[in-house]
Design a protein around this ligand. Structure first.
Ligand code: COA
Length: 177
């Protein structure tokens, strides 16, 4: 699937006063800027090929936020996981939030909310039954953000992070009509 930013339909300008930013699909040229934000804002870093494989496989839900100066102020990436259902061998698909981050100087302006609001419907098109994510138990701001989007804490994953911190496993069931 192409990642040419000019051909992507999901870019939009938000008109709110909170921030002047554009949400659009990530391109291969953006990866350096995405890695830059990740390395500044999160202790969990990934090698370049990991970002590239997410971009290759799930481009529809790999989005960037571009600020008024044309710089990458944030990103979000998801992947789809096929796993056996709880009580059968049937495979179900989950949308797993791989990573989201917003530069410190661009926070509390609605950027992460816009990234989630645009990426979640995109990953939902892969026929997922739920959205899932892990978040540090101390990351109150992110937990609040996810609750705003209907996520609930399903369980705690003990010592999930390399430094030994626990994670909340949060889920949001996809509503079927
Ligand atoms: N404290 C309390 N609530 C917070 C918060 C904070 N620091 N950050 C976000 N929220 C909640 C609030 O309810 C907020 O609404 P409000 O500003 O009207 O009160 C809502 O989420 C929306 O916030 P938004 O402006 O869309 O989020 P953001 O663009 O500032 O980005 C993060 C939020 C978590 C992505 C950002 O703080 C970040 O990049 N943190 C470092 C990386 C990280 O922790 N990523 C998540 C890993 S699981």
């Amino acid at each position: 699937m192409g990642t040419d930013k000019d051909s992507q339909p999901n870019a939009y300008n938000n008109n709110e006063n909170r921030s002047q930013h554009i949400i659009r699909s990530c391109t291969i040229e953006d990866l350096e800027g995405v890695i830059d934000v990740n390395e500044r804002e999160l202790p969990e870093d990934y090698p370049y090929f990991f970002y590239k494989s997410i971009l290759d496989n799930f481009p529809e839900a790999f989005l960037v936020a571009i600020n008024a100066r044309g710089k990458i102020a944030g990103y979000v990436m998801w992947r789809v996981e096929r796993i056996p259902a709880k009580n059968s061998l049937r495979l179900i698909s989950k949308g797993h939030l791989v990573s989201i981050a917003v530069s410190t100087d661009s926070r509390r302006k609605g950027i992460a909310s816009d990234l989630l609001a645009t990426s979640m419907p995109a990953i939902e098109k892969s026929n997922i039954t739920e959205f899932v994510l892990e978040v540090r138990v101390s990351n109150y701001g992110a937990v609040d953000l996810y609750k705003n989007f209907g996520f609930v804490i399903e369980s705690i994953k003990k010592k999930y992070y390399r430094d030994g911190e626990n994670a909340y496993y949060m889920i949001k069931t996809v509503e079927t009509e």
